[in-house]
Design a protein around this ligand. Structure first.
Ligand code: AMP
Length: 221
């Protein structure tokens, strides 16, 4: 079996992060820890967070670093993540979260932060056409829908457009990414932990590039 990994996956919304994270989690046999998915699940069950959380998510605003890091710390303390590692998707989003994550990992650290790069115009196009399963989160698009009538191929759930994939919210999230999340690229570069990967191409081609980048990093340590 391939060794596990502790991987942070960065990239603007629409870079194909979600798709790659699912594939990476199968390849490395580690959990896919997506803060967006965890929050959507918590909001759906309704009792854990107040309505402000959903409001902020729908409008594309970031939630507080403390709330996010508490949720992530709890998830990474579970046995599967402790034993083999994780693919962390959607966190860190701010340098403050990156510092908190490094403190959480100490005395070890994440192995690599992979930045999946795509031009903004392409990311916007992908987000506008994205459709997701409300039950399992599987990704589809207007051009690649599920086989039968917007019913998920994986679990049979309903496939819809995410409430925060509206044009206004997409624009806001991409702006926010530039302002708050792009500085993370510098943060991980300075620590010698960043690997940039070209996100253009088929999901298989991008996956191969990510795996190659991870293995190169590991072989240099
Ligand atoms: P995502 O599915 O990663 O696009 O996340 C959906 C929404 O959840 C974001 O627009 C934020 O409102 C919230 N969110 C997810 N991850 C984080 C994070 N690390 N920090 C702050 N807010 C987050």
């Amino acid at each position: 079996m391939v060794p596990g990994v502790r991987l942070v996956v960065l990239g603007k919304q629409g870079a194909g992060k979600g798709t790659q994270c699912v594939r990476l989690s199968h390849h490395y046999v580690v959990p896919h820890v997506s803060t967006g998915d965890m929050l959507r699940a918590a909001v759906k069950t309704g009792d854990e967070y107040d309505s402000k959380v959903k409001e902020n998510m729908d409008s594309g605003e970031l939630l507080s670093d403390d709330l996010i890091m508490e949720m992530v710390a709890e998830r990474l303390a579970e046995p599967d993540a402790r034993a083999r590692g994780f693919i962390l998707d959607g966190c860190p989003r701010t340098t403050h979260q990156a510092e908190a994550l490094a403190a959480l990992m100490a005395p070890t650290d994440v192995d690599v932060a992979v930045d999946i790069e795509v031009p903004t115009i392409q990311a916007m196009r992908r987000l506008a056409s994205r459709r997701v399963c409300i039950d399992c989160g599987a990704n589809y698009s207007v051009t690649l829908p599920p086989k039968v009538n917007w019913t998920c191929d994986v679990c049979g759930g309903e496939v819809i457009q995410r409430e925060d994939d509206t044009e206004d919210s997409i624009t806001r999230r991409l702006e926010l990414y530039e302002r708050q999340t792009a500085p993370l690229i510098d943060w991980y570069t300075k620590r010698g932990q960043l690997a940039k990967v070209n996100g253009i191409g088929s999901p298989d081609a991008v996956l191969r590039r990510v795996i190659r980048a991870v293995e190169e990093r590991r072989s240099h340590r």
